[in-house]
Design a protein around this ligand. Structure first.
Ligand SMILES: [Mg+2]
Length: 271
C-alpha cells in the first residue's frame, strides 16, 4: 500500500523492530534523505539532530547504516564517525562497519579497484567531452556527470555516459540531474540491503532517488521471504516517478525522515 503521509499520519507498525531490536535494522540514504538537496553538493549537510538520532538507534538496533553514492570520506566528514553506525560509500564499494567482526575496519572493493585505471581514463574523456555547465565529479572508483547547473543538458549527460559505459563495459546509475558511471562490479544499494539482512528479521530502508530503487526491490524480496520490511520513500519536487510505487509509505523530505526515525527511537526507549 502506498500513501502520501508524514510521520504525523497513520502510525507505522514498528512492533517487529521494538520486540526484537537485536534482529532489526534501519538503513538510509544520505542526499535528499538525511541532508536536504542543495545546489552546491559539497555543502549538503545533514539536518541538525540526524547524527545523534542514528547513534541513538544504533545503541538499540542490530544494524543502523547510511548507504550512499557519496565517497565514504564525505559521509564520515559530515555525519560521523558514529558509534555503532555503519557507512557504505560509493554504493557499497567503500565500507566502514560500525559493529560486528569487522567493526572499525575500512573496506574497499578489490574488484572495483581493478577498474580504477579504466575509470580514470573514462572520467578524463568525460572532462573533454562535457559542454560548459556539465560538471564531472571524480570520486575515485566512480565518477558523476552533473547537469544541475544546466538541466537541459541532462539527456546529453545520460546519453554520453551510456555510450561510454557500453564501450568500456561499465555500468551507469542515473540520479537527480546527474548520472554516475561505475565499474561493472556486483554492488549497489540492493546488494548492501541483501547482505546486511541475513541475520535480521526486520529491516527498514529510507531513500529518495533512483539509486534507492534496488534497495526497495531488495526489501520486497525479503518480505516475500518472510521478513518484516518497511520501504520509506522521501518526497521531493524532483521525485522520480517510479518512487511512489516502490515504497510502503512516503514522508515529506528529510524533516519527515527525522520525524519517522524519532518515532522509532521513542518506541525503542532511546534516551
Ligand atoms: Mg538520495
Amino acid at each position: 500500500m502506498n500513501e502520501e503521509r508524514d510521520a504525523g499520519g497513520a502510525p507505522v507498525d514498528w512492533s517487529p523492530w521494538v520486540l526484537q531490536p537485536l534482529a532489526a535494522g534501519v538503513l538510509c540514504d544520505y542526499d535528499g534523505t538525511l541532508a536536504p538537496i542543495v545546489e552546491d553538493r559539497d555543502r549538503a549537510v545533514p539536518l541538525p539532530g540526524a547524527p545523534t538520532l542514528l547513534a541513538q538507534l544504533a545503541r538499540k538496533l542490530s544494524v543502523v547504516g547510511v548507504v550512499s553514492g557519496r565517497p565514504l570520506e564525505f559521509l564520515l566528514a559530515n555525519l560521523g564517525p558514529l558509534e555503532g553506525v555503519s557507512f557504505f560509500g560509493l554504493y557499497g564499494l567503500e565500507r566502514l562497519y560500525g559493529r560486528g567482526r569487522d567493526q572499525g575496519v575500512r573496506e574497499v572493493s578489490q574488484a572495483a579497484l581493478a577498474w580504477k585505471d579504466v575509470m580514470e581514463l573514462v572520467a578524463a574523456e568525460a572532462e573533454v567531452a562535457a559542454p560548459a555547465g556539465v560538471e564531472v565529479e571524480h570520486k575515485g572508483l566512480t565518477f558523476v556527470l552533473h547537469s544541475r547547473r544546466r538541466p537541459e543538458l541532462a539527456s546529453w549527460a545520460l546519453g554520453w555516459a551510456r555510450e561510454a559505459a557500453l564501450e568500456k563495459g561499465l555500468t551507469v546509475q542515473p540520479g537527480r540531474l546527474s548520472v554516475e558511471v561505475l565499474p561493472p562490479v556486483a554492488s549497489g544499494k540492493g546488494t548492501v540491503v541483501e547482505e546486511l539482512s541475513t541475520p535480521l528479521r526486520a529491516l527498514c530502508y529510507l531513500g529518495d532517488d533512483r539509486g534507492d530503487l534496488p534497495a526497495f526491490r531488495a526489501l520486497r524480496r525479503l518480505r516475500c521471504a518472510g521478513k518484516a520490511t518497511l520501504a520509506v520513500g522521501v518526497a521531493s519536487p524532483e521525485q522520480p516517478p517510479e518512487l511512489a510505487g516502490a515504497v510502503d509509505i512516503v514522508v515529506s523530505g528529510p524533516d519527515g525522515v527525522l520525524r519517522l526515525l524519532r518515532e522509532l527511537a521513542s518506541r525503542l526507549g532511546c534516551g
